[in-house]
Design a protein around this ligand. Structure first.
Ligand SMILES: [Zn+2]
Length: 203
């Protein structure tokens, strides 16, 4: 026990395997403050679609049709004629069998958006199959393209749909296919404004 404590106090860089473990284990607790970090899903969670500065506090989802022309709810948005929704963008963590999920905003055509909301409320959105969608979250935050083509894959039981980039020139296209190392994902988290989480993760 004493030896283990002594070893932990020595400062040395964490291995990729240890970083990956901390990243994907939903119960991993920070060594400095004990907070459970749950860094794999939704650490990146933009408050509103790209281009919407100072968004209002979101309404509940069922207010989408009644809350005005431009509206932001927990999972949906309508702005300037665009109908948008939240999704998870998965990226495999290299050296593991699992993924991290970035929260993103993306679009659906107005008819598909309405059908998706109904199906999502019923819990059978998976029957809709993949749909074309523009990505409305800039990835990486400073250098990524503003709008990117992709497909949205809905799931059953009201689970958040997944977003897959199809534009091969996008910097994260290959990342979604081949994965990133834990270090690369942490760098992306920092870029997306989650530096605080990363600091606890590597403490
Ligand atoms: Zn901490």
């Amino acid at each position: 026990m004493i030896r283990r404590l002594f070893r932990r106090q020595k400062s040395r860089p964490l291995t990729e395997a240890e970083l990956a473990h901390r990243l994907i284990d939903p119960g991993y607790a920070c060594t400095c403050c004990g907070e459970v970090l749950n860094a794999a899903a939704g650490a990146v969670w933009p408050t509103a679609p790209f281009g919407w500065t100072n968004p209002p506090a979101p309404y509940p989802d069922d207010a989408f049709d009644t809350a005005g022309r431009d509206v932001l709810t927990e999972n949906y948005a309508r702005r300037g004629g665009d109908t948008l929704l939240r999704a998870y963008l998965p990226i495999p963590v290299q050296g593991t069998e699992t993924q991290v999920f970035l929260g993103v905003w993306c679009s659906l055509k107005v008819g598909n958006h309405a059908r998706f909301r109904s199906a999502q409320a019923r819990g059978d959105a998976d029957r809709m199959g993949d749909m074309f969608s523009w990505l409305y979250t800039q990835l990486p935050a400073m250098t990524g393209p503003l709008l990117t083509e992709g497909v949205l894959t809905p799931y059953s039981q009201g689970r958040l749909p997944l977003y897959w980039i199809t534009a091969e020139k996008h910097p994260l296209y290959r990342a979604q296919q081949d994965g990133l190392t834990a270090s690369e994902i942490l760098a992306l988290y920092r870029d997306m404004g989650c530096g605080d989480l990363v600091d606890h993760l590597i403490a």
